[in-house]
Design a binder for this molecule. Sequence first.
Ligand SMILES: *Cc1c(COP(=O)(O)O)cnc(C)c1O
Length: 388
Amino acid sequence: MSDLNLQSSTIELSKKALANNIEFLKQKAGPGVRISSVIKGNAYGHGISSYLPMAESCGLSHFSVFSADEAQKAIMARTNTDSHVMIMGMIPDDAIEWAIENDISFYIFERGRLEAAKKASDKINKKARIHLQLETGMNRVGIEEHEFESIIQYLLSNRDFIQIDGICTHFAGAESVENYERIQLQKKRFKKAVMKFRSHFDHIPSVHAASSAALLTYPDTLYNMVRVGIALYGFWPSREVYMHLQKSDRREGEDPLKRVMCWKSTIMSVKEVDEGHYIGYGKMYKTIGCEKIATVPIGYTHGFGRNLTNSGYVLVNGNRSRVVGLVNMNMITIDVTNLENVKRGDEVVMIGKQNGHEITVASFGEMSNNLNYEVLARLPADIPRIVK
Ligand SMILES: *Cc1c(COP(=O)(O)O)cnc(C)c1O
């Protein structure tokens, strides 16, 4: 009975697509630049426990998470103990010892955290591996320039407890040309800070600032590691980044990234509805002729947002079918009037490919910069992930 799949949808992960994306991004990064695979938000909805071993088998060995709980999932999922896990955000103070014990490196963004790391290291007699997160203009978290000197002194006198694995920063929106000036300033500040830290420490193993968008559009931000999330999964950080690449690489029309995910369900029921009747709750959609309406058992519970009411699309038998009427908690209704042989049990694709046609997350709803990220991250953890 354990193989029985009771879920109303599944998410297939394509190893071939991931290998393709790694190849493309490696080529973009160039030699000597390590790719850290960002797997926060349950690997952008792909599922840490399914994605991570697949990524390892494609050659990735550095993984970035936001928080300690995600780090624990990553450690449990990895198949190679050499795969490294880095926490870019939150660890409760009393979990620092646990992180050190498990060789997890973590961001230090303020003096108090550095002191907590030293204390934990002293207590368990093992060095803490840290990345100094420097404030360069995002104004969220990070060590300020005026603190650099005292932090450097603290690190120099606590070498037995703290090992600098890296120094880093994060850009405030490299995916939009709107933020160009701000990124330029951040780049300048980071470069200066890197010089300062390098003058005090013989070897800083990783210097990293770029995410997907910076990797693809600001080649002078790569240093020796990049933290790549969205692009490894085969999605673009924004349309602007896609356009930029299409122009600079002269590869118009061809998408070098392949979607790793395919989110599928099946048709639950089909019925014909005469002209002039409302479909589903309320008066969101009225038939304009005799229409064939199919139901699909996914809804906003599963991350198929209510904003896709009367506007989202799915693929059925290789055709695009429009969502008609309200997106319900567990169901959508779609117009399949033009599909002749459509029947219960037919495959429906919400994100991904079917017979050469594709639904990207972007066409999943209205365009907005972060829609990709949000839609992916909201896909529930309990949808089965199947590696293909
Ligand atoms: C999410 C995140 C990334 C990855 O961003 P993508 O746009 O998905 O490549 C990199 N660095 C930090 C600090 C992040 O939070």
